[in-house]
Design a protein around this ligand. Structure first.
Ligand SMILES: [Zn+2]
Length: 216
């Protein structure tokens, strides 16, 4: 996909996040890896509503700015750390969604309680240890808690999701926010039960096969 097409897609998804109350103002950031030389990332300090395609920045895998006049998102180190360590990931969305942020505020991870969690996210949604926004430490903590999964909650902050492309990452974000809501509701009415171990093992095999297929 061309850089110009990616710019348009990022703008559309940013507006969708605002419209669906998945984030607010300039909180959150989006990036897409077109190649290791060209990663398109949202700038810092502009709301998604006010952002236009030419505001987006193109950087290389080391964080050098290739195109654009603005400063890249302060969470660029986190995006780059994930790309460097996950060859299957080509798009990342970080947002401050309501239900994931409630879990972030209480450092509550979501155990594997639904089949879809294992099949589409890779199992438990863990909480990355707190570190200051934009820090290399946050980048390291995020990668550690993410592992080979597609979503991670950031303590006292929000959520990060990744996918093979932007549409996939958005689907993961919608799914994770929905799962967070279900988990909070489930805890209100009873004790959520983990999936049986054999189901987790079987579904993890399917999840890993799919990852491998996406990036042999
Ligand atoms: Zn944030």
């Amino acid at each position: 996909m061309s850089v110009d097409k990616v710019r348009g897609e990022i703008i559309n998804i940013g507006r969708f996040l605002i419209a669906r109350e998945l984030t607010v103002g300039s909180s959150g950031n989006i990036s897409v890896r077109v190649s290791d030389e060209k990663i398109v990332v949202t700038p810092s300090g502009i709301s998604f509503e006010a952002m236009s395609p030419e505001d987006l920045i193109v950087v290389d895998i080391h964080g050098n700015v290739v195109e654009g006049d603005r400063n890249p998102s302060i969470e660029l180190p986190m995006h780059l750390t994930i790309y460097r360590n996950r060859s299957d990931v080509n798009a990342i969305i970080h947002a401050h969604t309501i239900f994931c942020s409630a879990l972030a505020a209480t450092h509550t991870s979501i155990p594997p309680i639904l089949d879809e969690m294992v099949l589409y996210i890779g199992g438990e949604i863990s909480v990355a240890e707190y570190a200051l926004p934009g820090s290399e430490e946050l980048a390291r903590n995020t990668l550690k808690a993410l592992g080979n999964k597609k979503a991670v909650i950031l303590a006292n902050h929000g959520v990060v999701v990744c996918g093979r492309d932007l549409r996939d990452a958005l689907e993961v974000l919608l799914r994770v926010e929905r799962i967070a809501r279900i988990y909070i509701l489930a805890r209100l009415i009873g004790e959520p039960k983990r999936l049986p171990n054999e189901a987790i093992e079987h579904e993890m095999e399917m999840y890993e096969l799919l990852l491998l297929k996406q990036h042999p």
